[in-house]
Ligand binder design. Structure first.
Ligand code: ATP
Length: 277
């Protein structure tokens, strides 16, 4: 993958870290008797890609769901710009400046690609139902500006030629890009990506990596994924989970050489090998 190498540790003369945009502190989630997350903390900073990795069942999706407001933590605090966020709800994310893509993509089958992406831009809508109903000029101008936003997002992720198509008629990698365009149309300050590389081939994954790096000019990214090469090439910092706990955190170089990380992944391989027997 031909991406800038972000894996070196910071030099002592590097500028201080920017203040975190989004922080999870001591997050614990229990499902009945199972502790899916145990005292997990993470800080997402502007202009950085923060990766969350870990073997199967480590708690990555649960953590992502906490950040999106799908799962309410039993303990711990989420902060947005240093303010505690209580009762985070998926419907409130866009208004806060947070957008997400999901493993299941969540595209509307009955809407075209352009209409799906327009949904992402909706937080910038200024005119109400009545203006639209009576086709007032300001409603038309509003609609035009939203469409321009959606078009820019489709261009950015390279799927502008599919605007009139329906998601069901498109290959999976294209649908993934449409889902990303919808998130970008919301112009977020924080983008949460759940398994963005799943189902992609090597070329698509390289392009995705380049795209995500480019996004850091204007937003923070938290990326949950299995694909080590993508995570190592793209992330500035990585938090490694195993059995719901943070076992390592740091730059890609630090994490790669961490014995607890090696043990966690070797343990996974051993478990997978055992399953084959
Ligand atoms: N809704 C739920 N009810 C009960 N247990 C759950 C629920 N969601 C997740 N778990 C359990 O919590 C643990 C963490 O699961 P999670 O899906 O977050 O891990 P993951 O790292 O995303 O795994 P994978 O890589 O396999 O998707 C697992 O043991 C899982 O079985």
């Amino acid at each position: 993958m031909t991406l800038p190498d972000t894996s070196e540790t910071r030099s002592p003369s590097a500028p201080p870290d920017p203040a975190p945009l989004f922080t999870a502190e001591g997050v614990t989630v229990r499902f009945g008797g199972l502790t899916a997350l145990d005292d997990v903390s993470l800080a997402a900073r502007p202009r950085e890609v923060h990766g969350v990795i870990g073997p199967n069942g480590a708690g990555k999706t649960t953590f992502f769901n906490v950040c999106c407001g799908f799962v309410r933590p039993d303990q711990g605090t989420l902060r947005w710009r240093d303010e505690p966020v209580r009762g985070l709800h998926p419907a409130r994310l866009a208004g806060m400046g947070i957008a997400r893509t999901l493993q299941g993509l969540g595209l509307f089958a009955g809407l075209t690609v352009a209409e799906n992406v327009l949904v992402g831009a909706d937080r910038f809508r200024r005119t109400g139902f009545a203006s639209s109903l009576f086709a007032l000029p300001r409603a038309a101008a509003d609609e035009r500006s939203l469409r321009e936003r959606a078009d820019r997002a489709l261009e950015e992720v390279g799927v502008a030629s599919y605007t009139g198509r329906y998601p069901g008629s498109l290959p999976y990698p294209v649908r993934k890009r449409v889902a990303l365009a919808r998130a970008l149309a919301a112009d977020p300050e924080l983008l949460l990506l759940d398994e963005p590389a799943s189902g992609l081939g090597a070329d698509d994954m390289t392009e995705l990596g380049e795209l995500v790096r480019g996004l850091t000019e204007r937003m923070a990214v938290v990326l949950v994924d299995h694909h080590m090469d993508l995570v190592m090439a793209v992330c500035d910092r990585i938090t490694v989970l195993d059995f719901g706990r943070v076992v390592a955190a740091g730059s890609p170089a630090q994490v790669r050489d961490d014995q607890a990380v090696i043990d966690a992944y070797l343990g996974e391989e051993a478990r997978a090998g055992g399953d084959d027997d």
